[in-house]
Each structure stands twice: as structure tokens, then as C-alpha cells.
Design a protein around this ligand. Sequence first.
Ligand SMILES: Nc1ncnc2c1ncn2[C@@H]1O[C@H](COP(=O)(O)OP(=O)(O)O)[C@@H](O)[C@H]1O
Ligand SMILES: [Mg+2]
Length: 508
Amino acid sequence: MKYVCDLDQPILTLDASAGRGYWTIRHAVEGVQIFGGIGSGKTSGSGRMLALKYLRAGFGGLVLTVKPDEKQSWIDYCQQTGRSGDLVILEPGGPHRFNFLRYESAKSSGGSSLTENLVDVLKTVIRAAEEKDAGKSDDAFWETALDMLMFNVIDLCQLAYGHVSVSDLYNIVQTIPKTIEDLKTDDEHGGTKHFHEAFERAKYQVNALAEEWFTGLSFAEQQRLQQEPEVEMALLDAVPQARLFKYIDQFFVENFIPLTDKTRSIIDFIFSGFLFRLLREPVYSLFCRYDQSTITPEDSLSGKIILLNLPVKVYHKVGRDCQILFKYLWQRAMEQRDPQKNERPVFLWADEAQNFMHEHDADFQATARSSRIATVYISQNLPNYYASMGGTKAEFKVKSFLGTLATKIFHANADIETNKYASELIGDALFEDRSESITVAQNFSQTHSRSLKLERVVRPEGFVRLKTGGPLNDFRVEGYLHRQGDSVFGNVNYVKMRFNQQYQPTDS
Ligand SMILES: Nc1ncnc2c1ncn2[C@@H]1O[C@H](COP(=O)(O)OP(=O)(O)O)[C@@H](O)[C@H]1O
Ligand SMILES: [Mg+2]
């Protein structure tokens, strides 16, 4: 599929009494946020229209899903725009799969950077889930402890088996010895088997490498390194795996095993709970079981529209975990592309977007324009985002994040907070104050004094009764479109729009 690469190509034509303006691909890649109450026409009005326009312009994309009917909508959208051949649906029972660990290994060079990348990805997903739950703590201790556990378990797995798999990680975490004594003995009944096996294998690999290194030395050097401490220093210098193993050993013996039961079990539980969800079907077959992936995030760059049909309403926590994981890898892949070689715009689509937020979203959004990522996030209101982006300073975080999505569309809404925000964003304008003033003078004459008064262009109540589509409204959905930065036409940066729910891509 060919694509439009001219950033000034219009996507929407904005007509108003003040004139005509264009909303272009440039505006698309600066991000869109659609707000509106339930049934206000977000999905079937502005959302659907933008989706059809983006598809028609040849964008690649990623679609995250919350409701089970989103798959059918996108099948229809693609059909209507001649894009059916580009739609790839990753879903239970379908032909596609994506092994995220293999994908990451292939992208990372060298063992240590793989571990760092994996920890970063897993941490992002785990923390996104935490933030969603009520008791999110910003406690640095837990975060550091969890990071260190992940680092060391992944390194151990890598060192012992030469690759990382979810089941190996899970088994190792589950069987970390409870005491230093358990560490020394492979107690079949005590359940330390997997950990012990990995630990012994890693030790064996490191010893073999050490042996190889030592025999490779000149006789003179071997002589020089007779003393114990010196040989160890030289070994740690020369064989990176030996250094790594020393750290792993130190971590478990000195840091992790001595932790109190309660502390340990909390950290164990967060990590192994996450891994456990990935090990269960249908997710296991989609993301872990097969070595070969049939799709990768990079496919969006050649025009594929990847739809993750693991709707949160059906698959709950694991549906969200997997979609956030894919989203994050996808964002990283899009950011790494060379825009000189491939300038196809791609869209990131999330209806009910508050389900898929993670801690790096604001950073990605800040560079989305140069990576040509046209984000469309749809959500009812600001409090939804406060709850999902959680933590302290939620309001500040959310508002600065929303600042990175330059176009906002506000549909009918009963949420006061969102309506106030919208009203403030659109801002003030000077209106003529027509109040009459009567001066009692000799002639008893009446004069009209004209003064200008600064007032809200759209008051918060102005968003309550916008048209929400359906037959009663002749399938028209109303909304205010606000563009940050530059104006829509003249010096106005908002326009009241009507979106047609029955819009056809062949219409202009
Ligand atoms: N294709 C359609 N044609 C006509 N009316 C629709 C269509 N889809 C949804 N509606 C109606 O339009 C209104 C807005 O729906 P929707 O876009 O799903 O709202 P939201 O996504 O904001 O919750 C609802 O009253 C819904 O019943
Ligand atoms: Mg909707």
C-alpha cells in the first residue's frame, strides 16, 4: 500500500463561518486526544472518521482493544478503505504469534544489554499494572529490590541456559532457597531444584570459561598468577561471565536470601505473579510458546495494521499486560526507525486509552512527531487518567501528558473536571458588553456605552449538551476540536465540528 508522505496533506477540512482550515498529517503526528462521556460519539463519530482517514492515507498502525467488538469495527474500516490485506490480528486461536523474549534477544547485542532491555520492559509493564491498582507506592526500596531480582534472575537464566524463557524465569524465582543452608544443598523435597540447577549450570559454564582463559595464557603469566587473589582479579577482568556470576552469587547470598520472609514474598510475588499470567493459555501460545514470531512491531512500518485482539473486558489483567508490553516494544521500534529511509506515518490507536498507559508514554509522545507516530487516545474524562496514571501528583502528570497530544476533541460530557479543562483550553475572547448605561443628565438622554469584556468562549456547561449522534440527531456528533500551538484558521485555534457517523471514505 502506498502512503501519503507529505506532512501538509490535509486529513480533515474544517469549515466554519470564520473560514476554512485544514487539519493535516503534520497535525495527526502531533497526537490526538478525544474526550467525551459514554455514548457521546467518540468511537462512532470522530474516532471512526479519523481511523478511516488514516487508513486511506496508507498509515501503518497498532490497535489496542478493550471491547470485543473493536476487532469487527477495524475489519470493516479496513474493508472500506481497501486495507484488508494489511490487517494483522494477533489473537487466541489465530495464525499469528509474537515471541517477545526472542524478539528482544535478536534486537540486543551482547548479554548485558539484553538483560537491561528486558528488565526495562518487564518493569514498565509490571509498574503500569501496579499504578492501576489503588495502593501504588512510590517506595524506592520496593522498586530497587524488584529491579535487582529481575536483573539477577535474567542474568542467571542467560548464563545457565544461553537464552531466556518465561518458564525458566518463573521456575527459578519460585525455587530461590529460603536460607543459606538450602542454597548449599540441592534439597529435592525443599523445592530448590530449578534454582539450584540453574546456579550449578551457570557455575559450570563460568568454570569452563575460566579454564579456557587460563590455559590460553602464556606459561610466564600462569606462573605469575599463582597467588589466589591475583588470579581471581585477573579472571574477573578477563572473563565478563565470571564477573557476572560473582554478582549473581553476591546478590542471592548477601542480599536476597537474608531478606525477611515478608519482604521477600512481596517481591517474589510481584515478579512471579506477572510471569505466571504469561504462562497460562491462551497468552502462552501467543507470546511465549513458539520461537518464531509471525509478526513484529516493525511490520507497521511497511504498512501493516496490527490489532491485538485481547480485549481487556474479556482478558482483564493479562490482556492489559500483554497489550502494554506490545505497545511499549512497538513504541521503541517506531522511535528507532530511520525517518530518512522510511517516512510512512504510523498510528497508535487506543480507545478507552486509560487502560494502556505506562510510565514512558509522556517521553514517547514528546518525540512522536519526529518518529511520525499519529497517536489517537480516546477516553471519557480526566479523572479516568488520574486513576490510571495514579501515584502522587496525578493531576500534574496527566495534564502535562495531555499537553503532548496537540489536538483535542471534546464531545458531550457530564464530567465537570473535563469540561472545565476544555473551557480553559479553548480560552477567553473579548466580547462586546452590551449592558446599557443610563446617565441622568439635563436632557435625560440615554447613551449606550460600549465596552469589551473578557469571557470564556465556551463555558464548561457548553459541553454538556452537544449532539451525540444516532437517528435523532441525523447521525451527527458534535465536538469542539482544539489545536495547540498553531491556529485552525485566522487566529482561532478551535472549531466546533460535526462528525457524520455514516461517513464513507469515498466522501470527501
Ligand atoms: N454506526 C452507528 N450509527 C448510528 N448510531 C450509532 C452508531 N454507532 C453508535 N451509535 C450511537 O451513537 C451514540 C454514540 O456512540 P459511541 O460512538 O459508541 O459513543 P462513545 O464511544 O462516545 O461511548 C450512541 O447513542 C450509539 O448508540
Ligand atoms: Mg466508545
